[in-house]
Design a binder for this molecule. Structure first.
Ligand code: H79
Length: 441
């Protein structure tokens, strides 16, 4: 028993030392810290899930379309035919970036490689990529990077550490098992070298980038990822680039932001991500319908009102919203999603002052809404409240003035030991968000 204990202890220490290696004493550079501020000020970005899977459009199911290889158990040999159908002739980077700006978004995070292992950029160390393996033959990431620079939008790269295609992704994790047809052998360290080489390509060939958005570590929770080494490499190549990883546990040393998938920070309604909220900048990512990759059959789109509410609720919890689109195989964004983004842009045009550059306000998030704040300006976002009087409590600060943000007309209020009592007549209510601007003393 004792011996087992010692063995366990050694294994745990060994695993821990690997996890911590290289970045445990990470001190972010000034540039990195500045970029974290920028990130928190930016508040709103666009997630793009684009890969050869878009051609299959979800395969007639409403599930997450970028997982079709796993969900339909498509062997590698068959899946390798899919890139030959990928020819997005209508892809127009300038249009995408203009759409992003029109939506009020400040950055784009795009899949450079998803779990299927297919690189959407001109990877030199593997020809399983868009340039060498599709009739389109062009590096969409390069085109997007150039356009982003032109239009002053930051570009982040999603990179899946999980790989259903690479033979050295072995031992396998929870997904990408036998159906792929891979040999039951492989050299894990060779896989990590491959991944680090691809990351080096992404960090050296596309100019300064916003950061790297990792996903897939959860596939091998106890795997020897040596992520400290990878993070060190990234921070060496681009010290300003922000690193985040969707591994569903507390951030590891070397990470610069923390993300939450389909959930407001800490809510964990998905049941598989932790509820721990770190001190790092936060981001929640969200699909407009139920799928990240383009899904032909999923018509269950969130309304512009629901989307604006998510953006506001995220901001009121100190988190950015990274809202997803799954471009169609022809390179266009589906019309329903374009319409929603336009509506959000119109809302942000008028109300962005209460979102950009703010942080979570002094009031806790409630069922009726949230608060955001910039210095002495406190914005109370009343999202769901059908009565004409709202008691906000606790409220300890002194107040200079209280007005409706929209027309600066005065709000009748009473401030006492019970809190701040606000009168919100029905004709002053806005169906999206009634914003009350409080100037604190
Ligand atoms: O890229 C998008 C998705 O394809 C990817 N992340 C977003 C940003 C994603 N991967 N997995 N999921 C979303 C759902 C997660 C499922 C999990 Fe599990 C539950 C992972 C661990 C527990 C299912 C069960 C998969 C492995 C075991």
């Amino acid at each position: 028993m004792k011996r087992i204990g010692i063995h366990l202890f050694i294994i745990v220490c060994f695993t821990l030392s690997n996890i911590l290696v290289a970045q445990e004493n990470y001190i972010p550079t000034q540039e990195n810290l500045k970029n974290r501020q920028w990130f928190q000020d930016a508040k709103f970005g666009m997630f793009v899930h684009w890969g050869v899977y878009s051609v299959l459009g979800g395969g007639g199911d409403a599930g997450i379309a970028e997982w079709i290889m796993q969900n339909k158990k498509i062997p590698i040999k068959q899946y390798e035919k899919v890139p030959s159908f990928f020819n997005p002739l209508n892809f127009d980077a300038a249009q995408w970036v203009s759409m992003v700006k029109g939506a009020g978004m400040k950055y784009i995070t795009i899949t450079s490689k998803h779990h299927d292992g297919f690189a959407m950029y001109d990877s030199k160390i593997s020809d399983y990529n868009i340039v060498d393996n599709t009739p389109y033959g062009k590096d969409v990431i390069k085109m997007l990077a150039d356009e982003c620079r032109k239009q002053d939008v930051k570009l982040f790269f999603y990179y899946s550490q999980l790989d259903w295609h690479h033979p050295d992704y072995y031992p396998r994790g929870r997904t990408g098992q036998g159906f792929t047809g891979r040999e039951e052998s492989g050299d894990w360290n060779a896989y990590l070298d491959y991944m680090n080489a691809q990351l080096t390509e992404l960090l050296t060939a596309y100019g300064p980038i916003g950061g790297i958005w990792f996903d897939g570590m959860w596939d091998k929770k106890d795997g020897d990822w040596q992520q400290g080494k990878t993070y060190q490499l990234i921070h060496k190549l681009q010290p300003g680039a922000l690193i985040g990883s969707n591994h569903h546990v507390k951030p590891y040393p070397g990470e610069d932001f923390q993300m939450f998938e389909q959930d407001l920070p800490g809510e964990n309604t998905t049941g598989w991500q932790g509820s721990h909220i770190s001190e790092l900048p936060l981001e929640m990512c969200l699909t407009i319908n139920g799928s990240w990759g383009f899904n032909l059959m999923d018509q269950n789109h969130k309304s512009p009102k629901e989307l604006v509410h998510m953006l506001v609720k995220a901001a009121g919890r100190n988190a950015n919203l990274l809202l997803n689109v799954g471009p169609m195989p022809n390179g266009e964004i589906q019309p329903e999603h374009k319409t929603s983004l336009k509506a959000m842009g119109e809302w942000m045009d008028k109300n962005g002052e209460t979102i950009y550059g703010t942080r979570r306000g002094i009031l806790a998030a409630e069922d009726w809404g949230v608060s955001t704040q910039k210095g002495k300006k406190l914005y109370i976002h009343v999202l769901d409240w059908d009565k004409e009087v709202l008691l906000v409590q606790p409220f300890k600060e002194k107040v200079q003035s209280v007005v409706f943000f929209k027309d600066k007309s005065k709000v009748k209020y009473r401030l006492d030991q019970y809190g701040l009592l606000l009168e919100i007549p029905n004709d002053k209510k806005n169906e999206m968000d009634t914003i009350i601007e409080v100037t604190l003393k």
